[in-house]
Design a protein around this ligand. Sequence first.
Ligand SMILES: *[C@@H]1O[C@H](CO)[C@@H](O)[C@H](O)[C@H]1NC(C)=O
Ligand SMILES: *[C@@H]1O[C@H](CO)[C@@H](O)[C@H](O)[C@H]1NC(C)=O
Length: 217
Amino acid sequence: MISVGLVISLCLLSGHSTASRPHILFIVADDLGWNDVSWHNPQMITPNLEKLAKNGVILNSSYVQPVCSPSRNCFMSGYYPFHTGLQHAVIHNWQANYLPGNLTTLPQKMKDLGYSTHMIGKWHLGFCDWKYTPTFRGFDSFLGFYSGAEDYYTHMQGILGYGHTHTTDRTRQPETATPLHHIDRLDTTREFTLITEHIYPINFIYILQHAIPRINS
Ligand SMILES: *[C@@H]1O[C@H](CO)[C@@H](O)[C@H](O)[C@H]1NC(C)=O
Ligand SMILES: *[C@@H]1O[C@H](CO)[C@@H](O)[C@H](O)[C@H]1NC(C)=O
């Protein structure tokens, strides 16, 4: 559950009337270390990531919180975690803890700018009440899991068995899907469908990858 942040953002120009605003695909690679990428360590074979990096900006001195919930808190709210009560550690499944409800989130701001907002992957900012889950915090849709991790085989976490949830903007209510696939196998199809089929004119898509071994596939 420790997360080291390497964050890659990718802008794809939209061919629509909103062309002045790009699609934004924001990928967080959970647990990816500094030396786990080929441009820092030649022993690593990550050609696709390197292509993105070389065509973009490589940030060499950026800093993140050391674990999941505090770092997601910063990205989503813009506040240091000691201002939001999330500075201690991760949110555990049995804790009634969450990103405070009065904070405006990044996807809410993106919606104000006309973006549709989609999240794929790990939330880890609380789920003790639906109002703290992604589709109530600014995302039009969410495909992923609320807790900190999922098992590669069962696609669930712990004895309490928290698994996938797929929520769409049509219902705005979380629904439990049968976790047939590991989340990192589901995401690619979905993210590219959203963009290539122009389901929405401009998208802000936040993807939190969990299985680092698959990051370059
Ligand atoms: C980060 O370091 C790499 C390798 O030295 C360099 O190519 C790149 O320009 C640096 N990034 C920035 C933003 O200065
Ligand atoms: C959110 O609520 C807390 C607790 O009442 C308060 O301390 C904080 O200032 C509020 N933050 C914002 C951004 O409204």
